[in-house]
Design a protein around this ligand. Structure first.
Ligand SMILES: O=C(O)CCC(=O)C(=O)O
Length: 287
């Protein structure tokens, strides 16, 4: 499927000005990609997972660190930080990951055979939502896969601006290689390491309305700030990798990251295991 599509057949293919921005800046933005109803539907699924309304648990679900550490009290989705690998549990998120509005341009960037890496949903709740330090996603991917071909997509569920903790990027940083990453002193969420040497003064805020998608090179330095507003700043992040990549040896089969089939026909056994279906873990099997 899709392996032999021509650019003309791909309705949402990459435009020349987008390629120019991709090459020069390491990212481009598309507006009005997803309709409000589509994003509301997805957000409801995430909320239902977080609040136990789905008949399964997500394994990689994290509370906001201030709530987790007893520094503030709140509940429900107001207490959430994010879920990793949500398309491994939710067929709705998996469908979104495979949506041609996300994958058509990705074909033009890394080829027709595409797998899905980490897929992340972030709530960043009002007043307490925490930011992410400067980092390059490729630093993480380089520890798990041998490849040059990865693309990140960041889809805004809500308006995202400097008040509620939008993304910041360092344009052109994708050309400078991958920096060392280290534990950040005082980082409350302790989820991402920090790229050594990245400077705040080089960053630009990427404010986007709901329904927009930021496509970014996984070597692009990016961060986000805390949410100081009274609004949520929710987003869905999907990362893609070319199917001709290779997994690096892993020590513990239980820690192997799920990779999902997205589009195209071929992937080698070097990327196995590759999953086609979302496989929610029933609550009774969790312990
Ligand atoms: O959405 C955010 O606040 C940051 C997300 C991010 O940096 C990432 O997923 O790599």
């Amino acid at each position: 499927m899709d392996t032999n599509t021509t650019p003309k057949e791909r309705k949402f293919r990459l435009m020349p000005e987008e390629r120019a921005s991709w090459e020069e800046n390491g990212y481009f933005i598309r507006y009005d990609v997803f309709r409000k109803e589509e994003n509301d539907f997805l957000a409801q699924i995430a909320d239902d997972i977080a609040t136990g309304k789905q008949p399964f648990r997500a394994k990689n679900i994290h509370q906001n660190a201030l709530v987790r550490d007893g520094k503030t009290e709140t509940s429900g989705t107001y207490a959430m930080h994010c879920i990793h690998h949500i398309n491994n549990y939710s067929s709705e998120f998996l469908e979104r990951t495979r949506d041609p509005r996300l994958t058509d341009p990705v074909v033009d960037l890394i080829g027709p055979n595409i797998l899905g890496l980490n897929n992340l949903y972030i709530w960043k709740p009002p007043q307490i939502g925490l930011g992410f330090p400067w980092h390059q996603d490729r630093w993480y991917f380089n520890r798990q896969y041998k490849t040059d071909k990865t693309v990140g997509t960041w889809s805004a569920i809500d308006a995202s601006d400097v008040d509620n903790g939008c993304l910041y990027v360092i344009p052109g940083s994708h050309k400078e290689g991958v920096l060392d990453h280290e534990e950040l002193e005082g980082s409350q969420q302790n989820e991402f390491k920090s790229a050594r040497g990245a400077k705040d003064e080089d960053g630009v805020a990427v404010e986007v309305p709901p329904g927009s998608v930021i496509f970014f090179d996984n070597r692009l330095l990016h961060k986000s700030t805390d949410n100081h507003s009274g609004r949520f700043r929710r987003c869905s992040v999907a990362h893609y990798i070319s199917a001709d990549s290779e997994r690096l040896p892993y020590k513990n089969i239980n820690h192997i990251k799920p990779v999902m089939w997205v589009r195209g026909d071929t992937y080698s056994e070097k990327m196995e295991p590759v999953y086609r279906d979302a496989l929610p873990i029933p609550e009774e099997q969790e312990n």
